[in-house]
Design a protein. Structure first.
Length: 315
């Protein structure tokens, strides 16, 4: 599924008390994937198109700091891989993720650019597609973020994050401190998992940003079946109710999502989104997929269809 840097401040005194390990305590790996899709999008008038679907290449690794402390990093870029001809988008490279961190018995802390904790906990279960992208509530952008992930405590997990832009950023005209805060609480027991998330969205360009809050409940009655329900609300802006299911049939997955979107805007109508897809594994790291969806909009009663077929090769 489609599924950035500030320094960690550590005192000299603290570093002096940590034993140093030799280089053999470090590992580094190259990884990546190449993805293509052939899509048909009536909603935006794009028509049919052969395109890159998020190909990436990256480095990741970790270093033993002590018996109970490990440092880690990840650096990943997206590369447009669908055409060689000269042009503004040909071979374009964009940062996808980049972060460093420490992990141990205390949990994990990382700093840099990565998917937000709110997006991972609340939105990914419904937005489970390889190509299609259902509507989601607005949340803080990626980058310039420090996050803490607690260990599981009797099924409970706590995650907190802050995006720190500072007062010398592009947001200075609209924001004085340039800091957005996010928090997620998770609880898992048996076949049920619940996540509650909140995002202040203080780093948007809007002078009066509205916070987003979401609740996600996942039930897994079978090892290869999961059912997810979601509710999101952005204050005075948008409410979304979603339901999704995913079933592993052995050679791949079958999945579907439904959403009802209610925009709190004068003259706007509620609308529904329904989409489904299937993957088929050619090997453990190679699969093909097909997806189709029906998407409404708040402006009128029109319904648009989007579809795609594609291939993924990971390494």
């Amino acid at each position: 599924m489609k599924k950035s840097i500030i320094a960690i401040a550590v005192s000299t005194a603290a570093l002096a008390s940590v034993p140093t390990f030799a280089a053999e305590g470090s590992t580094a790996d190259v990884y990546g994937n190449i993805q293509y899709a052939y899509s048909n999008d009536n909603a935006t008038g794009k028509g049919s198109n052969f395109e890159d679907n998020g190909s990436t290449i990256g480095l990741k690794g970790e270093t033993t700091v002590s018996d109970s402390l490990t440092a880690f990093f990840k650096y990943e870029v997206e590369i447009e891989a669908d055409q060689k001809a000269n042009g503004p988008d040909s071979g374009k490279v964009n940062l996808d993720q980049a972060y460093v961190g420490l992990k141990g018995d205390f949990g994990k802390v990382q700093v840099g650019s990565f998917d937000t904790i709110y997006n991972n906990a609340i939105q990914d279960g419904i937005n489970q597609f390889e190509y299609l992208s259902p509507t989601k509530a607005a949340n803080t952008s990626e980058g310039d973020t420090i996050a803490y992930f607690s260990p599981s405590m009797n099924g409970f997990e706590v995650q907190v994050a802050a995006q720190v832009k500072g007062d010398n950023s592009e947001l200075a005209a609209a924001k004085q401190d340039g800091t957005a805060a996010m928090a997620v609480v998770k609880y898992s027991t048996g076949m049920v998992s619940v996540a509650l998330g909140h995002d202040t969205r203080d780093n948007t360009a809007a002078s009066d940003a509205k916070a987003t809050t979401g609740l996600s409940v996942t039930v897994a009655p079978l090892e290869n079946l999961s059912v997810i329900a979601k509710y999101e609300t952005t204050e005075d802006t948008k409410d979304i109710i979603g339901l999704a299911a995913r079933y592993g049939y052995g050679a791949g997955d079958v999945y579907a999502s439904y959403q009802n979107v209610d925009e709190d805007t004068a003259g706007a109508d509620k609308f529904n989104e329904v989409a489904a897809g299937v993957t088929y594994n050619l090997a453990s790291n190679v699969y093909v997929f097909g997806e189709v969806g029906s998407f409404g909009n708040s402006a009128n009663s029109d319904t648009d269809t989007k579809s795609a077929v594609g291939v993924y090769y990971g390494f």
